[in-house]
Design a protein around this ligand. Structure first.
Ligand SMILES: [Zn+2]
Length: 404
């Protein structure tokens, strides 16, 4: 199923610059675009003409005249094009189809069969994308790209999932496969980084140049944005804060070390802690909630119990907030972001966690500004990574800085 696009992704820097100007400052006139981008008026005119023909931008109401004819204003024709975003997690594949503003048009989620193989997983992605495309009867040619947020280690250049630990898979050639199948641009990124980009474009990151987003769920990962761009590090390990050592005498981690942040503040870590405390006699509502099957305790249940006033659950979340706060203070002292955004499953327990995170940063931060680093909860909720995957394509469309 090839998508026959009426529109090729922008390959020219000038087009990208103009498009981005219209996105950020529209409605804007041709004259103001020229003035502010330092491109010549004829260049602006011819590129604007081309963009109007593709339907990527449109003319809006007329602007205020500064003497003479009123200028025609230009805006992005956001609802004329669509992007698909996939969030490939350990157990679920979430998918969204949005317009260029990230407005949700349709979404779905599919369980990933366990165990699975590379071919099965690619097939599942293919079917998912086919269904999203099929849901847009008559507008298939308006879909311009597919972004994929994949847990684990990703080769971003080649679009390959090198290692997906929770699915026990390696070397999945996602980009090649989907581009061949659908004939549109495909970008693949680690899920925590995709989430960071999603926050920057659509969420609480708006306006900030240096942000860190923390994906707090079964594992803990961070997406780091420096000067408005995702930071990968030399070998794509940047942001693996789940394996930051917090307590060298702490519990053993899946990575072989002791006291990693992940062993102290992830969903499974909280569940284990609750089960352990109850097993040695602590009273808790959780016991009844799982009918004494302590292995059924999970992050969500602990949050529910905390809301009902269960002291053990409240204490566990508070303690997780302390450990997370220590990890984030280390991050603040290393990267000095102006904002930290917390998302992922465990972050749903927001109010119980966040106070303790903030108190810890307040008491440990080196300077006044470090202490006051803004910490927010993600407002993108369960779709944060899928929307982040969408923003991978928006970056290609609007923020190209080269001319390849
Ligand atoms: Zn570890």
């Amino acid at each position: 199923m090839q998508v026959k696009g009426s529109f090729q992704l922008m390959k020219s820097l000038n087009r990208s610059v103009i498009l981005n100007k219209i996105r950020t400052d529209g409605p804007i006139s041709r004259a103001d675009i020229a003035k502010e981008t330092h491109l010549t008026p004829p260049t602006v005119s011819s590129i604007v003409k081309e963009l109007l023909e593709t339907g990527m931008i449109k003319e809006s109401s007329q602007g205020v005249s500064k003497g003479g004819r009123k200028p025609t204003m230009l805006i992005i024709n956001a609802s004329n094009f669509y992007i698909i975003g996939l969030d490939v997690g350990p157990t679920l594949m979430k998918s969204v189809l949005t317009d260029l503003n990230g407005t949700l048009v349709t979404e779905s989620q599919t369980p990933i069969p366990q165990p699975t193989s590379n071919d099965e997983l690619l097939e599942l992605m293919k079917v998912t994308v086919q269904q999203l495309i099929a849901s847009q009867q008559g507008k298939q040619d308006k879909i311009i790209g597919i972004g994929v947020g994949m847990h684990g280690v990703v080769d971003v250049e080649e679009g390959v999932s090198l290692f997906a630990p929770n699915l026990q898979l390696q070397d999945i050639y996602i980009k090649d496969f989907l581009e061949e199948e659908f004939g549109i641009l495909v970008k693949v990124e680690n899920d925590a980084r995709a989430m960071a980009l999603g926050e920057l474009w659509f969420g609480n990151g708006n306006g900030a140049e240096n942000i860190v987003t923390v994906n707090l769920g079964r594992g803990i990962g961070a997406g780091i944005i420096i000067n408005g761009k995702l930071f990968h590090g030399e070998n794509s390990i940047a942001g693996e804060i789940g394996h930051m050592t917090i307590d060298i005498r702490g519990p053993k981690c899946s990575c072989g070390n002791y006291g990693c942040l992940q062993t102290l503040a992830s969903g499974p870590a909280l569940a284990e802690k609750a089960a352990r405390e109850i097993a040695i006699g602590k009273q808790s509502l959780l016991q009844d909630m799982v009918d004494n099957n302590l292995e059924e305790i999970g992050g969500r249940l602990i949050h529910e119990a905390a809301k009902k006033g269960d002291q053990l659950s409240i204490d566990i979340l508070k303690e997780a907030g302390l450990y997370l706060g220590i990890g984030l203070t280390n991050l603040i002292h290393t990267l000095n972001p102006n904002r930290i955004i917390i998302g992922g499953g465990v972050s749903q327990a927001g109010e119980f966690l966040l106070d303790s995170v903030k108190t810890t940063i307040q008491s440990r931060g080196l300077t006044k500004s470090a202490k006051n680093t803004e910490v927010l909860l993600s407002k993108l909720g369960a779709n944060a990574t899928a929307l982040g995957a969408v923003s991978l394509i928006l970056v290609e469309l609007f923020s190209r800085t080269d001319t390849d």
